[in-house]
Design a protein around this ligand. Structure first.
Ligand SMILES: *Cc1c(COP(=O)(O)O)cnc(C)c1O
Length: 362
């Protein structure tokens, strides 16, 4: 059991602040009543600030993966190019395949990112109507150059850009409108630091127009139905009302912190804290960053371990002292560790963690 706030550095689910947890205890309201319309309506402007969009974000009672499926079902006509830089990129491609779409993948080694020239080359060679990509690849800690990749996608006609921003949204800049992202999705339990169970997304006008032309979008995850409901500040079905209270409270807390940019800056400071620690102490501890310096996510650091170290064992030793980090993901399980410095954590808490981690590894 974690004894106090500030010791749980998993890259999802992240630690939930007591004020947010308290919001879950509020009594129920009618899901078609005026209180619900007010709750959803009141969250519209802060969600637009979060997503940096003039559009109306949609909220679903489901984990983020469901909205990956929404992106495919509503955004891909027949053939999609999936950029794969780790486990979540692979998942996006697998969902597209499961939904019966033709999938072309462009894959890079763990820790690397697809670069604009590679993307342009792939788009010139294959005729696709959409691109999926993961902005912050949580399994490797690598951050894709989203703004530049989006520019490349827009050199091609009528190609939808579908973005998994699950560990970037609320932790680092994601400019939905300015970068012309067609569909941007996230989940509640990452940099938003809410309990798991909500997915959120913003979409472009042309994404909605595309969706209307795609047959068999399914029922429960149909973007058109979500957009219709959002226009009237209604839920599609009975939502997880308690989680909506928590979201409302967290959006207020983000405003109180100074807005989304202040939140981004705090995450950048946390990345820089880990970066400096690895610069200073990495060599003697046998630690190094998996991604290159300008391709590191602000929300999760994936560190390679020296010989003889085991990510699983380090995670367990820390857990025995009430500190939580993650081991590597998939094939990187033993050879890396991951620190999720996202959500409501501070630099001071992270420094405490690094002290304990250093003692454990030394
Ligand atoms: C966690 C995560 C997901 C999946 O989220 P769920 O809420 O578990 O469905 C997808 N993409 C990325 C990048 C993630 O970090």
């Amino acid at each position: 059991m974690t004894t106090s706030f500030g010791r749980f550095f998993l890259p999802g689910p992240t630690e939930v602040h007591p004020e947010v947890l308290a919001a879950l205890a509020r009594p129920m309201i009618a899901h078609r009543g005026r209180a619900m319309t007010e709750l959803l309506g009141g969250m519209e402007a802060p969600l637009q600030s979060l997503f940096r969009t003039q559009g109306r974000p949609v909220i679903g009672t489901c984990s983020a993966t469901a909205f990956m499926e929404m992106a495919i079902r509503s955004g891909v006509r027949s053939r999609v190019l999936s950029l794969v830089a780790g486990a979540f990129g692979k998942r996006f491609a697998a969902i597209a395949q499961a939904c019966g779409r033709d999938v072309v993948t462009l894959e890079v080694a763990p820790g690397q990112t697809v670069e604009p020239d590679m993307l342009r080359d792939a788009l010139e060679r294959s005729d696709v109507d959409a691109v999926t990509l993961v902005h912050s690849e949580t399994s490797t800690g690598a951050l894709a150059p989203l703004e530049q990749l989006a520019e490349v996608v827009h050199e091609f006609d009528d190609v939808m850009l579908l973005v998994d921003a699950v560990t970037s949204m609320a932790g680092l800049p994601v400019e939905t409108d300015e970068w012309k992202l067609d569909f941007v999705l996230t989940g509640s339990q990452k940099a938003l630091a809410l309990p798991p169970g909500l997915a959120l997304a913003a979409h472009s006008e042309r994404m909605l127009e595309r969706a209307k032309t795609v047959p068999e979008r399914g029922g429960y995850l149909d973007l058109v139905a979500y957009a219709d409901a959002a226009e009237n500040h209604q839920p599609t079905n009975t939502p997880a009302i308690s989680l909506l209270y928590a979201l409302d409270t967290q959006l207020e807390r983000i405003t109180a912190e100074g807005g989304i940019e202040a939140r981004w800056n705090r995450h950048k400071a946390m990345l820089d804290t880990v970066g400096k620690w690895v610069d200073d102490r990495g060599e003697s501890l046998g630690l190094s960053y998996l991604p290159e310096k300008d391709r590191r996510s602000w929300t999760v650091s994936c560190l390679r371990l020296g010989g003889g170290q085991n990510g699983r064992e380090i995670q367990h030793t820390l857990a025995d002292q009430d500190w939580m980090i993650a081991s590597g993901y998939g094939q990187l399980k033993k050879t890396t560790i991951r620190i999720g410095h996202m959500g409501d954590h501070s630099v001071a808490e992270l420094q405490e963690l690094l002290k304990v981690l250093e003692e454990t590894i030394a």
